[in-house]
Every structure is written in C-alpha cells, then in structure tokens.
Ligand binder design. Structure first.
Ligand SMILES: [Zn+2]
Ligand SMILES: [Zn+2]
Length: 131
C-alpha cells in the first residue's frame, strides 16, 4: 500500500479539506462538497473531489450514506455503521441508531431471515412539519 502522505502533498491537502467540509455538513454528495470547497479552492475540479471521496471511502475514513433524491451518492462523516432518518420533504439525513432495538422484531417477522444491512426510516423532519 502506498502512503499518500509521501510525495503527494496536494492530494493530502484536498483530502484534509474535504474531511473538514464533510464534518461541517455531516452528509454530502460530491457536488455539494465541490461547491463548498470551491470557496477555498476556486480552481478545484470535480474529478479531484471524486478521486478524494473514493479514496477516503475505500479506506473507511468516510462512510457512504443513502443516496439523495436524484440518486447521487452521499458521503457520511460517520464511517461506523449506523441507521438513518430520511426527510422525504427536504431530503435531509439524520443519523440514528435503531438496529439493535428493531433487529429482533424484524427477524421475528421475517421468520428466520438475518439482517446485515442498516436501516433507513423515512418521514418528515421538524422544520418540514412546520411548513
Ligand atoms: Zn425536512
Ligand atoms: Zn449518517
């Protein structure tokens, strides 16, 4: 395995900036990350962002969250396994952890199936319920 820190300070810089940007947003697509990072690096290309997110995800430094309404992959600053609440009105994702409570119930009703995937529960968030 090649250590990306050696002889590739440009990529390291972008990976670091990308992680900072994703920390701020929680979940984001490549496009959202690009738009955010261009405030700092106006010449940043979409390809660089794609490469950086793919590299970080392959190393489990960032996770992959449920896609947005348009089907774009959303990256997740939380790289550990967790469940999501998805607001169907504004497409916002919120991290939740419900698998442990729900797993026995789901496996019981699926009669002998075992669950390996995490869950995404859809609904409306607080701010969308007010509108
Ligand atoms: Zn909402
Ligand atoms: Zn998440």
């Amino acid at each position: 395995m090649v250590d990306y820190k050696i002889g590739n300070s440009r990529q390291t810089k972008y990976c670091k900036a990308l992680v900072e940007s994703l920390t701020k947003m929680g979940h984001a697509t490549n496009l959202e990350l690009l738009q955010d990072l261009r405030q700092l690096y106006p010449n940043l290309s979409a390809t660089t962002v794609h490469r950086a997110t793919a590299r970080l995800a392959s190393r489990d430094q960032i996770g992959i969250a449920p896609a947005n309404k348009r089907g774009s992959t959303r990256y997740d600053i939380n790289s550990s396994q967790h469940d999501h609440f998805l607001c169907q009105a504004c497409d916002r994702l919120v991290d939740i952890d419900i698998k442990d409570q729900l797993q026995p119930l789901l496996e019981q009703s699926l009669k002998g199936f075992s669950l390996s995937s995490r869950l995404t529960i859809a609904g409306r968030c607080h701010s969308c319920q007010l509108t």
